[in-house]
Write a protein that binds this ligand. Structure first.
Ligand code: B12
Length: 249
C-alpha cells in the first residue's frame, strides 16, 4: 500500500498563498509599495494586503492605489486565468485580497457630505462577479452620490422594482458572463414599457459597446472611473441618448 512519505508536500501544494503563484505575472511597478500591492493581489495574500495598501497610501492617493495596484493586479489575474495559469482557487483568493484592499481605499476616499443624487448599482442576475460593481460603488460614494447597492446576482424583477421605488438619476449593471448579460436587455424592456427613461450604464468584461447600445436606455461603461462623470451628467439633465452620445462615440 502506498504511504505518504512527507505530509508537508501536501500542504505546500494546496497552500496557494505565498506559494509563488504569481510567477508567470507580467505586471510590475517601479514603486516598491505598489509592487507589494500588486504582489498581494496576484498571490491572493489577504494577510499582508492591509499593510501593503497602507504603505502605498502613505505617498499616493487612493485612486492611484486602486488603478495602479488593485485593478492592475486583478486584470493580470484575468489574463493568467485566460492563459490557463490560474484556476478558480487562485481567482477566489485574489478577489478576496483585492476586496480587502478596496475597503481600505474606500475608507480613505471618504464620502462627500452633500448628496448629489441617487444611483442604483447591481451585478446581473446569475452573476457573482462583483469586483467591478464594488469599485463603481466606492467611486460614486466618494463623489457624493447616494448609492443603493443591490448586490450581486440580482433578479431582473428586483432591479425594476428598486428603480420604481427610488427613482434614481442613473442605474448601473455589471456582468462578466455571456450567459448573464442578457438580463440587462430584459431590465431595459421592462423599464421602457413602464415609461422609466433612466440611463442604464452597463459594464463588465462580458459586455461590449455594440451590445449595450443595442437596447434602449443602455450606455456602455468601459471603466469604473467613468461612473461619477456619467452620474454628474445625469444629475445635470442629460438623458440616456445624450449620455450615450457623449460617452460612447
Ligand atoms: C475573479 C473571477 C472570478 C471570481 C469572482 C469573485 C468576485 N467577487 O467577483 C470567482 C472565483 C468567484 C469566479 C467564479 C466564476 N467564474 Co470567474 N472570473 C474571474 C476573472 C478571473 C476576473 C474577473 C474580474 O474580477 N476582473 C476584474 C474586474 C475589476 O473587472 P470588471 O468587473 O470587468 O470591471 C472593470 C470594467 O469592466 C468596468 N466595469 C464593470 N462594471 C461596471 C459598471 C459601470 C457602471 C462602469 C462605468 C464600468 C464598469 O470597470 C472595471 C475596471 O475599472 C475572470 C477572467 C476574465 N478574463 O475576466 C473570470 C470569468 C469572468 N469567470 C468565468 C466563469 C465561467 C466563472 C464560473 C462560472 C466558474 C465556475 N466554473 O464555477 C464562476 C461564476 C459563478 C457565477 N454564477 O457567477 C468566465 C466567464 C465566461 C463567460 N464569458 O461567460 C471568465 C471570463 C473566465 C473565463 N475566461 O472563462 N470568477
Amino acid at each position: 500500500m502506498a504511504t505518504v512519505a512527507n505530509y508537508a508536500n501536501i500542504f505546500v501544494r494546496y497552500d496557494l498563498i505565498g506559494s509563488g503563484a504569481a510567477k508567470g505575472a507580467k505586471v510590475s511597478s517601479k514603486d516598491s509599495a505598489m509592487q507589494k500591492v500588486l504582489q498581494c493581489v496576484l498571490e491572493g495574500d489577504s494577510d499582508n494586503i492591509v499593510d501593503a495598501v497602507n504603505e502605498a497610501l502613505a505617498t499616493k492617493d487612493p485612486m492611484t492605489v486602486i488603478n495602479e495596484g488593485l485593478i492592475k493586479g486583478m486584470n493580470e489575474v484575468s489574463r493568467l486565468w485566460d492563459e490557463g495559469e490560474y484556476y478558480l482557487p487562485q481567482a477566489i483568493v485574489a478577489s478576496d485580497a483585492m476586496l480587502k484592499g478596496l475597503d481600505i481605499c474606500e475608507k480613505k476616499l471618504g464620502k462627500a457630505l452633500e448628496k448629489k443624487g441617487t444611483v442604483i448599482t447591481h451585478t446581473a442576475e446569475g452573476d457573482i462577479h462583483d469586483l467591478g460593481q464594488k469599485i463603481v460603488n466606492a467611486l460614486l460614494r466618494a463623489n457624493g452620490y447616494n448609492v443603493i447597492d443591490l448586490g450581486k446576482d440580482v433578479p431582473v424583477d428586483e432591479v425594476v422594482a428598486a428603480v420604481k421605488e427610488h427613482k434614481p438619476v442613473m442605474v448601473t449593471g455589471t456582468a462578466l458572463m455571456t450567459t448573464t448579460m442578457t438580463a440587462f436587455e430584459r431590465i431595459s424592456k421592462r423599464l421602457v414599457k413602464d415609461n422609466f427613461q433612466v440611463p442604464f450604464v452597463c459594464g463588465g468584461g462580458a459586455v461590449s459597446l455594440e451590445y449595450v447600445t443595442g437596447y434602449d436606455l443602455g450606455v456602455f461603461g468601459k471603466d469604473a472611473s467613468e461612473a461619477p462623470g456619467m452620474a454628474s451628467d445625469a444629475v445635470n439633465g442629460l438623458n440616456w441618448t445624450q449620455l450615450r452620445e457623449k460617452w460612447n462615440s
